[in-house]
Design a protein around this ligand. Sequence first.
Ligand code: NAG
Ligand code: NAG
Length: 322
Amino acid sequence: MPSSPKLFHARPSSYIRRSTALILCLLIGLSGLAFGLLAISRHGLGYDCKVGKPLSVSVRWDKTGGGSPDEGLKRHKVMGFVGIQTGFGSAGRRAALRRTWFPSSHEGLHRLERSTGLVFRFVIGQTSDPSKMSELKKEVAKFDDFLLLDIEEEYSKLPYKTLAFFKAAYALYDSDFYVKADDDIYLRPDRLSLLLAKDRSHSQTYLGCMKKGPVFTDPKLKWYEPLSHMLGKEYFLHAYGPIYALSADVVSSLVALKNNSFRMFSNEDVTIGSWMLAMNVTHEDNRKLCAAECTQSSIAVWDIPKCSGLCNPVEEDAGASQ
Ligand SMILES: *[C@@H]1O[C@H](CO)[C@@H](O)[C@H](O)[C@H]1NC(C)=O
Ligand SMILES: *[C@@H]1O[C@H](CO)[C@@H](O)[C@H](O)[C@H]1NC(C)=O
């Protein structure tokens, strides 16, 4: 209230002037109080409204085109959308995450979003098993922290889910970065936020812990590559799968492409890497995204390269948070 100091300094020479000043003061004070109460009630209402609104969102795809989710969705502006890819067998991992770095309540998710500019959701598809679906429904009702994709979870080993995730996240959020992460890593959201907020000269960024590596031609091996005849002995540079980020410009190009128009290798990280190889992106390598243990600067911690995540995610997540 800029007028208060003037009234405070009103000369006491005239009684009338003084009482006018007092009445004015009282009026201003009262209106201030009323304004304050109004603001509090408004804020309170808006707040309740936000907290009450479901956070989980289900994405239905247009079956004919396989294109985009429902038209008319309002995209929320954020700095980063972090999709934690999870599955029907991973309730224990999600519980471990919610006990450690992943907020376990609406209020916590909102607070983390406000402090980091990052939205975190578990990303899961569907299954034909009704009992598993009803378990998931209960978990969605309880924690409300999911992005539900309209695809069969059986494809989760293949890169289809990742592409569906990027399309859904892009449709729902106007984000600077889209982060794909697995549910078996330990993450520091505050440090991830600082990394994504960094100034970059290129708008097309592929950010992750970069590697090359042998192409496996033996079908008995876990990382066997049936399309190895198209590759050399070593893969092109690509980010490890447990966590990587694509900038908005990159994701918008992926979203624009028709389903089935991209080559899918058997490994998800390699597949994304092959698309990035074709695109004019900057490969930004950051070893803090694949730290073997918690340090002053580690962003994501997992058992590189022993497991493609933490080897014992449920126990180790609890250990890392200590
Ligand atoms: C895209 O194509 C794959 C392979 O044909 C299919 O399994 C998947 O369900 C399709 N996805 C969408 C969103 O239509
Ligand atoms: C690739 O991107 C850079 C930086 O944005 C730009 O200067 C360059 O012209 C692009 N190259 C091609 C082939 O489009």
